[in-house]
Design a binder for this molecule. Structure first.
Ligand SMILES: *Cc1c(COP(=O)(O)O)cnc(C)c1O
Length: 433
């Protein structure tokens, strides 16, 4: 091998033993309950910014992290990243990076599809099978179910809070797929996330590996560095030399963590803004108003994929940057009222139709600009507006254009298994499904 593969260590044991990428992917969570982080951050080979194909860029930048040669991982990324990632210029140095052109119309397709391909390689190499658990506040479940369906070596259990996801999201989650079971949990997203963590702590169930495809899993998170590098390179390529600011609509903070890792891997400078809805723990932490890990219960908002009280990747960010986070990242909390106004304003002033999550980001961008932030601001557009038609129609009176992926699910047969908000109930269900 032309490089030493990166190892992975638990956030709770920074001086502990490293495990391989394959082991980190298979277990999801470290045995001590921490999250895996790379034990070093090899920079992408110089000239990476000339690479204008995201799949090739992913292979170049991430091969050392996956511990395989570039040629072995490139086909995985080519299959996973088979959709456009347009950088839309809205004028006044404001850009939108559209990450929602994949099959389930949200940015989670990037991480989920890449992870499915990487995990399939691991299982084939080992000749074993695994069960992947995933808790979803809306978008993750659909992306993961779609990415992993029919893999053969991996079966998937999706947990979602019953009655708390949009109709479009529910259709995606519960569409019948080979190897995928959807559980409608009588509780909140935080309950779903806790149940997954508790069952994962057992590590094995009926002789099968247990893992997770939440952004707890490093294989979901790593591929997301690629679109930051790709966007940065495109700005450079257009003659832009100022430091860009990425505004990240945030919930579990996986996307933001990937963004911050991209600056190490790309050896480039970018600034970051975390845009939250009323689930604003991290914004308050950044402002010095909340202690590390002093999380809150989640509340429901219009941008429901960001309704997270205790962001799981806070642990990674804190391990990576510590107190420096408060200097490196600016946080904003955007209410539902302001979110709707933001959808309206983006439409009337810029002719751009945004989903509620993207609108939270656009509002944070406007606030940063008003406060004098210079340079290009890139808002990550995390979902297609057609995924949230009710809110969009209410805000602008216009029906969002259809997304080709979504219509497919409307026609599909649906099935969900009801489940109490209890890890023991999940364990019982998993042994019998
Ligand atoms: C998951 C999701 C987010 C939040 O991303 P995190 O990585 O959890 O911070 C934002 N917007 C949409 C549409 C999502 O699906």
């Amino acid at each position: 091998m032309s490089f030493a593969p990166v190892g992975y260590r638990s956030t709770r044991a920074p001086d502990g033993e490293s495990v391989s990428f394959d082991d980190a992917v298979l277990s999801g969570l470290a045995p001590d309950g921490g999250l895996y982080l790379p034990d070093r951050m090899p920079q992408a080979p110089s000239g990476w910014e000339e690479e204008d194909d995201p799949a090739a860029l992913a292979a170049v930048a991430l091969a050392p992290f996956v511990g395989r040669e570039r040629g072995a991982v490139e086909p995985v990324f080519r299959k996973a990243l088979d959709f456009r990632l347009p950088l839309v210029d809205l004028g006044d140095d404001l850009y939108v990076l559209e990450l929602f052109h994949g099959p389930t119309a949200a940015f989670k397709d990037v991480g989920a599809r890449s992870m499915a391909g990487l995990m399939e390689q691991v299982m084939e190499k080992r000749g074993e099978s695994a069960t992947v658990l995933v808790a979803t506040s809306g978008d993750t479940g659909g992306a993961v179910a779609d990415a992993f369906a029919g893999l053969g070596t991996v079966r998937v259990a999706v947990l979602y809070p019953r009655g708390q996801v949009s109709a479009v999201q529910e259709a995606q989650l519960t569409a019948v797929r080979e190897g995928v079971t959807a559980f409608a949990v009588d509780g909140t997203f935080d309950d779903c996330q806790r149940m997954v963590k508790e069952v994962l702590a057992a590590r094995e169930l009926a002789g099968q590996h247990l893992s997770t495809a939440n952004s707890i899993n490093i294989a979901r998170l790593l591929p997301q560095v690629v679109y930051y590098m790709h966007a940065w390179a495109r700005l450079r390529g257009s003659g832009e030399t100022r430091v860009p600011t990425f505004v990240v609509p945030s919930g579990n903070l996986g996307n933001l963590t990937a963004g911050m890792m991209s600056t190490d891997i790309g050896g480039m400078r970018s600034d970051f803004v975390a845009a939250h809805n009323d689930n604003d723990y991290f914004a308050r932490f950044l402002a010095g108003e909340a202690e590390p890990y002093a999380f809150d219960p989640s509340v429901r908002t219009l941008s429901n994929a960001m309704d997270v009280g205790g962001p799981s990747n806070f642990e990674r960010l804190w391990a990576l940057r510590g107190e420096d986070l408060r200097r490196a990242v600016k946080g904003h909390a955007v209410s539902d009222v302001a979110t709707k106004e933001s959808i309206t304003r983006a439409w009337t002033e810029r002719g751009y139709l945004a989903c509620p999550h993207t609108a939270v980001g656009l509002e944070a961008a406007e606030r940063e600009r008003a406060a004098g932030r210079p340079g290009p601001i890139v808002v990550l557009a995390t979902a297609h507006p057609a995924k949230f038609p009710d809110t969009v129609i209410e805000a602008v009176g216009v029906e969002p254009p259809p997304h080709p992926g979504l219509e497919r699910f409307e026609r599909a047969e649906k099935r969900a298994v009801p489940l109490a908000a209890d890890a023991a109930a999940l364990e019982r269900a998993l042994t019998s499904f």
